[in-house]
Each structure stands twice: as C-alpha cells, then as structure tokens.
Design a protein around this ligand. Structure first.
Ligand code: KMH
Ligand code: ZN
Length: 271
C-alpha cells in the first residue's frame, strides 16, 4: 500500500469565528496552523485566504504572504491553493493566485448545490481554470462533490484539457452533494482512471470514519476545520492539527506509514 498522504484544509471559506474560535484568518495564523499540521503529520496544506474581518478572499498578496511565512518557519509541506474560493466569486478572482505557482491547486469539475447556494463550475469556467493551471505549471487536484464530476474529469483528460490519470479528492457528505458513506466512496473509486491517486474529505461527522476507511483501502485523506469542526461529538478541535493527529493515530494503528514530502511528490507526479 502507498504511504499515507494527509492534507490539512485549515480554514475554507465558510467557517467563521462564530462557529469556532480556532479557525485561522491572518497570514500569520494560517502559517502557524500549517506548521502545526505538518508537525502532526500533514503532507499538504489546502489554503483559502481571509480578509482581516474574516471575509473569504482569494487575493494573491495574502497567499504570497502566507507562503513566505510558512517557508520562513522552515516548514517543508506541499502547498495547494483553492481555486474554488467562495460561492459567487469570478474565475479571475478564484484563479489569480495561480501565478504564484503553488505545488497544486484544486479544480472542481462540475456544479453542485452548496447549502442554499450553488457552487458554480460551468464547462467554460472549468476549462478556463484548467488552462490557467497548465499555463503556470500547477498540478490540479480534481475535486468531486458528486459522481458526474469524476466522469467530467475523465472526459477532460480524453480531450487533453487536464493530464491523466490525475489525483482526485472526493468531498462527501455535504448537503447538496454526494452522501458520506463508505458505499458512496467505494462506488466513486470504481470510476477512476487506472493509476489515479485519490483522497477523501468527509464533511462533518463523516470526516473521521471516511478517513479510517481510506487508510484501510489504500487511499489518502483530507481533514481540517474547512470540513469539520469536531474532534468527537461535542468537542471542538482546537485547530486542524488535532484532526491531522487523529488521522495519524488511525494510520499508526492500521500499520500504514505516513508519506514523506518526497514520497508525496512522487505519488502525485509533481514536477
Ligand atoms: N468554498 C467552496 C465554495 C475548493 O477549495 O476548491 C469551494 C471549495 C472548493 O472550498
Ligand atoms: Zn477548499
């Protein structure tokens, strides 16, 4: 089995201080949390930005400041920028920070109901973001909130818009998207191109059970406050690092080693 890659999704765009006091906003807070997650076993950090008042942001200057602080702290971790941003942002807003050439960036290959909103990813929007990723040499992580998004990604591979076999992240258990049971995950796995790598991000109470299942069957895992606030029922995680540590414990119990950064680069076919 491949060594386990853990991605820490440390703030997202929909979690606020009113929900948990532990969500990082400023570049310094985001960098400090990234360092804690690396120390707990994370191989990659999935980054969104926030304005000082907590409003979701995709400003490249904030990404640049955060990355500089992570590097200044001597933290070697793969950097993955969100291109999903927040509901309602334009493609130009969502994709602007690709010019900083992170190791990876997300690419959602379809639209999905998102709470009471729609996370819109029309075919022209998907192609525009994928084209910008190719232009800057940024490897996509294909975000799938529902079945058709896997099929759409495979079609884009056939057309040469994105390179196969790809790295997929299944975001499961969100209201409006695909459910969060192991049956949902096992079905999605049957759709993957040969040789693809995959991880799972369970939303809310699905986070740790799906992580445990992924560890058992050879997949990879994303956890963090973007997806789930609780370490266990009624107990807030004091940061994404506690959720990363919980996954690292599950991996140790299952006898699955954590990937080094070099191993993760090779598994993800990063340049
Ligand atoms: N915040 C969501 C609308 C991504 O990071 O690429 C989109 C999202 C996916 O979080
Ligand atoms: Zn995200």
């Amino acid at each position: 089995m491949q060594p386990l890659m853990i991605t820490a999704a440390i703030c997202g765009a929909e979690v606020f201080r009113a929900d948990t006091p532990y969500v990082p906003y400023s570049p310094q807070e985001l960098a400090d949390e990234t360092v804690r997650c690396r120390q707990a076993g994370a191989t990659m950090v999935h980054l969104h930005m926030r304005e000082p008042d907590g409003a979701p942001s995709q400003r490249a200057a904030l990404f640049a400041e955060t990355v500089a602080l992570v590097k200044a702290a001597g933290c070697d971790i793969l950097l993955q920028f969100s291109t999903g941003g927040a509901v309602g942002m334009t493609v130009d807003q969502r994709a602007d920070a690709l010019k900083l050439r992170p190791d990876m960036a997300t690419l959602t290959t379809g639209s999905v109901n998102f709470g009471d909103d729609v996370f819109l990813n029309s075919p022209p929007m998907i192609r525009a973001i994928a084209t910008r990723q190719r232009q800057f040499g940024v490897t996509p992580e294909i975000e799938c909130f529902d079945t058709g998004m896997v099929d759409a990604a495979v079609r884009l591979m056939r057309e040469g818009v994105i390179a196969g076999p790809g790295h997929f992240n299944f975001v499961l258990g969100m209201a409006g998207g695909m459910g969060g049971t192991t049956a949902h995950l096992e079905f999605l796995r049957t759709l993957l191109p040969d040789g693809a790598t995959w991880s799972v991000a369970g939303i809310g109470r699905y986070e740790l059970p799906l992580a445990a299942h992924a560890i058992d069957v050879g997949g990879h895992v994303r956890v963090g406050l973007e997806d789930n606030l609780y370490l266990r029922k009624g107990v807030l995680a004091r940061g994404s690092f506690e959720l990363v540590a919980a996954v690292a414990d599950l991996a140790a119990q299952a006898g699955r080693p954590l990937a080094t950064i070099a191993e993760a680069r090779a598994l993800l076919r990063l340049p």
